[in-house]
Design a protein. Structure first.
Length: 83
């Protein structure tokens, strides 16, 4: 999942991006904060899902390479047996 360092970094970046909007006196702070919290939660969900997809892609690639190696070994064995 996500480490503490990554979560802190996400929090700092969100604070830098959203602090000027929170300090705007013409807009209600509760509405702005709620909107920014929804955006932050969606961003973290996307980050977690993208890391899961990348991890699964790596596993599929590793299993595909293993399958290719097994097929190559079987093909070599069949070719050696036909001599």
């Amino acid at each position: 999942m996500l480490g503490i360092g990554e979560l802190v970094l996400i929090g700092v970046v969100l604070l830098i991006l959203f602090l000027p909007g929170l300090l705007n006196p013409r807009r209600p702070a509760a509405k702005t904060l709620r909107l920014y919290m929804v955006i932050a939660i969606l961003g973290v969900i996307v980050l977690i899902l993208s890391r899961a997809v990348i991890s699964l892609f790596g596993k599929v690639l590793a299993l595909s390479l293993l399958l290719a190696a097994i097929v190559a070994a079987l093909a070599a064995r069949l070719l050696m047996g036909s001599r």
